[in-house]
Design a protein around this ligand. Structure first.
Ligand SMILES: [Fe+2]
Length: 280
């Protein structure tokens, strides 16, 4: 097995591991350490079915069961831990899975849950000829890059995380019916449960308000934090190849999808790993 860094800030490719075969314990340990060290792991050109993707996921913890969202039903199959993320439309006019089309802003997955998922695994099954890259940003580094004065003010503060199936738009808190959207207050800075390191826990898509701050103060701070969290120097952009399995640490990174042609099909099979409550 070989670990090859793909970006100075985060991300590593794991070479020499065939995930269709059982992975021995020593290799699993090395992969787990590489995951803690690198935040994003890439396994290129794998040939995974559901069974082997599940086996790969279990190296990282307990696989999460999907929960039907409140309010809206985005479609898809709920009798499986898998989510198909796609823009493919079935003959009956409904998407083949959870509809995933075009650009999507930076976010943590499930930051609006009491226990956000530890990790997400995405496996590429069908790709457009261009676009649809996924960008990952290192939130340990984002934390370190916050100006001292702002960081001191934010220490111990909470942020309201909201999910409303928007993909490149912030929610207007003045207009939103909070009974209809999933939301959760979270620490602005979390301590990563495994590494013990501090990470910034906000994102442009889902962070609506610093709890207890005025709208102006909150918007001003969040605007700075969004820019810091998306600084190109701490972002790895993954260009998908067919059969890539990518896993990201969902506690210390945010991710975003870039645009791709609407008239071309893209199909990804996704699993998540059970998480825990975030603490300061
Ligand atoms: Fe996501």
């Amino acid at each position: 097995m070989e670990i090859v860094k793909v970006h100075p800030a985060l991300g590593a490719e794991i070479r020499g591991v065939d995930l269709t075969r059982p992975v021995d314990e020593a290799t699993q340990k090395a992969i787990s350490k590489a995951f803690d060290d690198n935040i994003v792991l890439v396994f290129r050109s794998q040939n995974l079915d559901e069974k082997t993707q599940l086996a790969a996921a279990r190296m990282f913890g307990e696989v999460a069961v999907r929960v039907r969202p409140a309010g809206r039903d985005p479609g898809g199959d709920y009798d499986t831990p898998f989510m198909m993320v796609t823009n493919i439309i079935r003959p009956d006019g409904k998407p083949l899975g959870s509809f995933g089309d075009g650009e999507m802003w930076f976010h943590h997955d499930t930051s609006y849950y009491p226990e956000p998922h530890r990790a997400t695994l995405l496996y590429s099954m069908k790709l457009p000829t261009w676009g649809g890259n996924t960008c990952f940003s290192n939130m340990y580094m984002a934390y370190d890059n916050i100006p001292r004065k702002l960081r001191d003010r934010l220490e111990g503060q909470k942020v309201l995380q909201i999910h409303d199936y928007l993909r490149r738009e912030r929610l207007d808190l003045g207009k939103v019916d909070m009974t209809k959207v999933r939301h959760q207050e979270q620490p602005v800075f979390i301590t990563h449960p495994r590494t013990g390191k501090k990470a910034l826990y906000i994102s442009r898509l889902m962070s609506a308000r610093i709890v207890g701050w005025s709208k102006e103060e909150s918007e001003d701070a969040l605007a700075q934090l969004f820019d810091i969290s998306e600084d190109p120097s701490i972002v790895y952009e993954h260009e998908w190849g067919l059969g890539d399995l990518v896993i990201w640490d969902n506690w210390c990174s945010i991710h975003a999808r870039k645009d791709f042609p609407r008239d071309q099909e893209r199909l990804m099979r996704r699993l998540t790993i059970v998480g825990q409550a975030m603490s300061f």
